[in-house]
Ligand binder design. Structure first.
Ligand code: CA
Length: 641
């Protein structure tokens, strides 16, 4: 039966193109439209509350068949704040399900709420906008954060711990007076804050807000609804909407664009997902044995190639951009989503919001596609999705060693890497795209060990200050590379996720707060302070130097080169623009190393523990690189060069 969903006959009869799916509220009546082509009967149940256990049914209204497999109904009066579900008779079963197009829900996302969205807007929302409009993707500096991690540790001294509103609290400090939370993030100079899933997910019980619960949130339940556990009141649907908008507005006011992590490639539980209940398993792919396809490793994969799943994902991303002013989307396992869907998303969102950025995990993993000529959004297909960027795992593994072997070393911990491979990293030339704007460079994200923990695993004998130096070496590399820099929150604080026994946790998706949280008190450590300041300085420098942010392959190939250096642990790059020449050098050796400088006098911008836009000193002819250190020097270009 499920394979008939992908046939031309089914798609021609049952593809609905309208934009009125879900509940459309007006002060006088609310109109409903549900897509349920296989249903024999459909009805709406109106409830007083959003609590799925409350016996507070107000009314049941039958729906009538409409166009292309849809069902419609209308309910008179002002229903703002009333909850509802759909009752659908399909096959031999009657199911009660939430609305796939729910704009908000009651606790745990079981009942949708009819809502006057305008009433949820914070004061001044009509003037809220992306503070970084006009920025190119290579101008972005992306910082990846989990809402709860930022504030939940007592040392944050943030009041709204674990909440949307905690993300935008200002004036917070550690007990020793060092800024925490948003003030810290703002001071780093990042341009985009990428938030791990903030839509409604299933692994945290919203009905127990005082219980410590943690999950990354890669288990979507309601795609168009903010997660209730991040709101101050998950029981009233309007609160989460309002508070998430306040967070977006607060970030925009701090000069920071907001990126949302979106997980369309799988759902929390395929059999319980509302769309799959209403139209049995329409949302999910099946393998050739008739089982749910599980390339994601999460129990199910989304059938993005089906017309109404395609429409659903396109509608959903547009909704977040329109309604919540989201400035960017990071697609989880986008290698499971077809390129037509991704291109339609970019085209439609950019029509209204040309500044919105898109990137994702383009691993090649899809299976169970039953339609012909469907291409997946993988690194290898980067050419098919111009404007969409991919995580560069090549740079990550070159720097820290293979992700599949936590004890392996990369360049940073002394492994000898061919200079050509380092040059490819530095030039944003990963082999799967020529376009530097499609390359997201990172050496840590929420997945796998933190950078500091990985350094500990690779170089167990290194001292704390040596590990901090290695961490800074890595930062200098990815923040001076061509492409788009990205880092995990706390990488600049030598963040670690140790277990009880001290063994670092690589997959902390449901680990307790004590493992996941950012410990702001670590800022009392001088190595941490120096490292945070170093990141800050590198970001300032990157913003000040357009030649670190080129957008054209040919320009990079012509102007970014390496110069000979015998030490296998040392690499020296030179970057040219019309006006400037830049020398960038890295020494991953535990001994110092001498390098010969190209002619002329150089202004030192980055050396040892210091980085920024102020000149730290000058150099000519030769320079001694300290152990585990980086160097950036600039000179005005002689027109005769
Ligand atoms: Ca939830």
């Amino acid at each position: 039966m499920y394979h008939s969903y992908s046939t031309d006959v089914f798609e021609q009869a049952y593809t609905y193109h309208g934009n009125d799916l879900g509940a459309v509220w007006t002060p006088h009546r609310t109109q409903f439209r549900l897509w349920a082509p296989t249903a024999k009967h459909a009805a709406i149940r109106l409830y007083q509350s959003g609590n799925p256990d409350a016996q507070d049914l107000i009314q049941q209204i039958d729906m009538v068949p409409g166009d292309n497999g849809t069902w419609t109904a209308s309910a008179e009066g002002d229903l703002n704040g009333i909850y509802y579900t759909y009752l659908v008779h399909v096959g031999k079963k009657t199911v009660e399900a939430c609305d796939p197009y729910a704009k908000t829900t009651g606790v745990n996302g079981r009942r949708a709420m009819i809502i006057n969205m305008a009433s949820t807007n914070p004061v001044g929302w009509e003037n809220d906008h992306d503070p970084n409009v006009g920025m190119k993707l290579t101008d972005a500096v992306i910082y990846e954060l989990h809402v709860r991690d930022l504030s939940i540790d007592p040392s944050s001294n943030i009041q709204q711990k674990g909440k949307f509103l905690g993300v935008v609290e200002t004036g917070t400090k550690t007990d020793s007076g060092i800024p925490t939370g948003l003030d810290h993030i703002k001071s780093m100079g990042i341009t985009h804050l990428h938030l791990l899933p903030i839509y409604d997910y299933g692994s945290v019980d919203e009905s127990q807000p005082s219980k410590a619960q943690f999950n990354w949130g890669y288990d979507p339940v309601n795609y168009n609804v903010p997660e209730g556990s991040y709101s101050s009141d998950p029981f009233h649907g309007e609160v989460r909407v309002n508070e998430m908008k306040q967070m977006v507005k607060g970030l925009h006011e701090a000069g920071i664009s907001v990126v949302m992590d979106v997980v369309y490639n799988h759902v929390y539980r395929a059999e319980e997902f509302c769309f799959n209940q209403i139209v049995p398993y329409y949302f999910s792919r099946f393998d050739k044995d008739g089982k749910l396809s599980d390339a994601s490793g999460c129990g199910n994969d989304t059938a993005s190639e089906r017309t109404m799943v395609h429409k659903y994902i396109v509608d959903s991303v547009n909704y977040w951009a329109d309604e919540y002013h989201i400035d960017g989307f990071r697609f989880d396992l986008v290698g499971l989503i077809d390129t037509d869907t991704i291109n339609d998303i970019m085209r439609t969102v950019h029509r209204k919001h040309p500044h919105v950025i898109f990137y994702g995990e383009g691993w090649d993993m899809a299976q169970g596609i039953t339609k012909p000529n469907v291409q997946m959004t993988t690194q290898g297909n980067a050419k098919l999705v111009p404007g969409f960027a991919f995580f560069n795992d090549g740079l990550r593994d070159t720097m820290r060693g293979s992700v599949f072997d936590p004890k392996a070393s990369g360049y940073l911990c002394g492994n000898i890497i061919p200079k050509k491979a380092l040059l490819n990293c530095f030039q944003a030339n990963p082999g799967w795209t020529a376009d530097p704007s499609q390359v997201v460079n990172y050496i840590s994200c929420h997945d796998n060990h933190t950078l500091f923990d990985r350094i500990t695993l690779s170089a167990p004998k290194a001292s704390h200050s040596q590990k901090a130096a290695i961490n800074r070496l890595g930062a200098a590399f990815f923040l001076t590379c061509q492409g788009v820099p990205f880092f995990q929150a706390g990488e600049e604080l030598l963040r670690s996720k140790p277990s009880h026994t001290g063994e670092p946790i690589g997959n902390s998706y449901k680990s307790p707060d004590r493992i996941n949280s950012i410990k702001w008190s670590e800022l009392d450590d001088v190595n941490v302070q120096e490292t945070a300041a170093f990141y800050r300085g590198l970001i300032q420098l990157r913003k000040a130097l357009p030649l670190l942010r080129m957008t054209d392959r040919r320009e990079i190939d012509q102007n970014v080169t390496t110069i000979t250096c015998d030490n296998p642990h040392v690499i020296v790059f030179v970057v040219y623009s019309k006006e400037q020449r830049l020398l960038v050098a890295f020494n991953a050796d535990i001994n110092s190393a001498s390098i010969k400088l190209p002619s002329g006098r150089w202004d030192i911008m980055v050396s040892e523990k210091k980085a920024g836009t102020e000149i730290l000193g000058h150099a000519e002819n030769q320079w001694k690189l300290n152990p585990l250190s980086s160097l950036v020097m600039v000179q005005k270009r002689n027109p005769a060069d």
